[in-house]
Write a protein that binds this ligand. Structure first.
Ligand SMILES: *Cc1c(COP(=O)(O)O)cnc(C)c1O
Length: 338
């Protein structure tokens, strides 16, 4: 396996395993726009049960799933409170504003990735004709790989109850958070008004996200999904991968966390590298050395190791990077700098 590429750029680079491909090939399918696809229906039901919600909707991407949530929670001229570096604000092309006429109110994350609720409170607009109507608090978990404290979830719930805001969770990597805290994912997700989960990150499917929430909310989101072109036909082919992932790939995420810890410990020993943070399946590394960052990346690639070049690097662990691979990564860096 020495020719294997060890890809640390993201947990989105995983390949579906043989058993997942078999499940996809053998899935019973139907036209999901008619609601006829038994595999999509089974996936949605499974996700709803797992997250502690009434209903769920399969979407092609996390960006679309989050957008469906924002569109279903907010009307034109409403506002959502969101992290300055949150995916739903910064990395989704401004979709809420462009397609929903929903105004974002970004707030700097606290060091632990939470949105400080005292600041959020001050940003809620008075009910006055000058202002957009503040409707929603959108949080993220994990956030930059960091699992939010469980106590913050309770505080956010209480805050939204007090203020009448809806509470959406971008849970692209929420299973990393549940594994980190050693709690069922529903302990994190059930107290949200809606949650978007990604199947295509650490869970290892080729694509797909799921929005979970109350029945009437999902009914509304379903209409938006059709409008955005997310109504898919025999989508059970990919939903089958999602069922496989929820059955088989959640508990193993702890291995990725351990591998990230191992890499953090080992890479810190190298003079040119400083590991500044390690959370769940991610580590953040500062590089200072005589090679330029892109020369470093080229040299690593010669050794079968793929990274995003930079002085500030993020390495992401996933099911296709084993402990032995991590040892190769450490050796690779040591070789280059020796
Ligand atoms: C990946 C990701 C999403 C969704 O991204 P897609 O690439 O559209 O599936 C949403 N939020 C976070 C935090 C993510 O990391």
């Amino acid at each position: 396996m020495t020719n294997k590429i060890i890809d640390l750029r993201s947990d989105t680079v995983t390949q579906p395993c043989k058993a997942m491909r078999d499940a996809m090939a053998n899935a019973p399918v139907g036209d999901d726009v008619f609601g006829d696809d038994p595999t999509v229906n089974a996936l949605q039901q499974k996700a709803a049960e797992l997250t502690g919600h009434e209903a769920a909707l399969f979407a092609p991407s996390g960006t679309q799933s989050n957008l469906l949530a924002l569109l279903a929670h907010c009307q034109r001229g409403d506002e959502y409170i969101v992290g300055q570096d949150a995916h739903t604000y910064k990395y989704e092309g401004g979709g809420a504003a462009v397609l929903g006429s929903i105004q974002p109110q970004p707030i700097e994350f606290a060091a632990n990735g939470s949105i400080p609720l005292d600041i959020a409170k001050k940003k809620i607009k008075p009910n006055d004709h000058h202002f957009a109507r503040t409707r929603l608090l959108s949080i993220e978990n994990t956030v930059g790989g960091q699992a939010l404290p469980m106590s913050y979830l309770d505080e956010a719930r209480a805050f939204c109850n007090d203020t009448g805001l809806g509470l959406h969770l971008d849970g692209a990597r929420v299973f990393n958070a549940s594994v980190h805290h050693n709690v069922p994912v529903s302990a994190i997700t059930s107290q949200m008004d809606s949650v978007s989960i990604c199947l295509s990150k650490g869970l290892g499917t080729p694509l797909g996200s799921i929005l979970c929430g109350p029945k009437d909310f999902i009914h509304e989101a379903h209409k938006w999904r059709k409008m955005l072109g997310g109504g898919m036909r025999q989508a059970g082919i990919v939903a089958a991968a999602g069922i496989f992932a929820l059955d088989n790939n959640i508990e193993r995420l702890i291995e990725d966390h351990h591998n990230a810890e191992f890499l953090a410990t080992e890479l810190t020993e190298i003079d040119e590298l400083t590991v500044t943070k390690q959370f769940t399946n991610m580590l953040f590394v500062e590089y200072q050395g005589s090679l330029s960052p892109s020369e470093l990346a080229d040299k690593l690639l010669e050794k079968g190791i793929k990274i995003c070049a930079g002085e500030h690097m993020r390495f992401v662990l996933h099911k296709d990077v084993s402990h032995a691979d991590c040892k190769r990564v450490v050796e690779g860096f040591k070789d280059i700098f020796s």
